[in-house]
Design a protein around this ligand. Sequence first.
Ligand code: NAI
Length: 342
Amino acid sequence: ALRGSFASKAQKSSQRSQHHLNPQASYKVAILGAAGGIGQPLALLIKMSPLVSALHLYDIANVKGVAADLSHCNTPSKVLDFTGASELADSLKAVNVVVIPAGVPRKPGMTRDDLFNINANIVKTLVEAVADNCPDAFIHIISNPVNSTVPIAAEVLKQKGVYNPKKLFGVTTLDVVRANTFVAQKKNLKLIDVDVPVVGGHAGITILPLLSKTKPSISFSDEEVQELTARIQNAGTEVVEAKAGAGSATLSMAYGAARFVESSLRALDGDGDVYECTFVQSDLTELPFFASRVKIGKNGVEAIISSDLQGLSEYEKKALEALKPELKASIEKGIAFAQKQP
Ligand code: NAI
């Protein structure tokens, strides 16, 4: 069903191997924050995946109805609901992939960093439970500010003695989805053909689309580069303003997150050709975390693709240097938060 619908043509060529995949694949996926604006459509998309045997929906409220509703879809996965802190541990037992979109979204005029105080605590609590109940799972962090919440998650996992940097991912797929869409529109290309790597982080100028590395290879005028880069960086704000107080991107985000889940499941299932951009612990730059294309395998990140950062345009080189101080500060803010906690 879903397999393939998320992928660009470039990625699809890698899926020719899919007939090798186990037809009885059965992975358990938990969504923490499942009743929210992202959580609900994300649950629906994951419910359509043939690779999932059980979908665990956790939230502090309103999750029973979402699960009852979703459970009537006649796709293979079983849907279970878990409400409130007392059911959090059970929601995580034997889970292979945990997706975390819990937290508050932006309202007009807010930056992602304005969400820090609330979401930092939520992510900390949830990741502690992940560490205690399914330390071996892939962890996908959606809650903003991702540039800080991923370092927080890493520190929490370290404190619990179970940190595996290969299995902690900040979800930046939406930046790639947006870049692909906007470039295809601008250049009149078939959407399915376009793949733009996006590196750096997930907020404002830390989002750096590498237009010079677009597949298929196309050239952009300086003006186009500036305009497209700014639009990709501000696309989230475009949605926040259009929703005028009703939240931030949820449907396109769910689409991006579902693509990342599906890629992770294919990797777990033995597909040897899975690549996604994601914000991970990284040695690509001097920063401890950095988003780039990575190869994902059964054990998580198998390789960080360094070639994307070679042969950058002058514009991209400058933008890369310009984003580093902000990204560094956001990472350090996350680490400091997690370390000062009792
Ligand atoms: P929402 O407010 O619609 O949903 C959040 C859900 O989290 C609610 O159902 C709420 O009950 C739940 N929640 C709150 N505290 C919780 C806790 N302690 N445990 C479990 N669940 C809890 O928000 P929406 O629109 O779904 O956004 C969620 C997050 O995703 C926000 O932080 C937003 O900034 C972020 N986001 C990230 C993007 C990315 O590209 N990584 C893109 C768009 C949004």
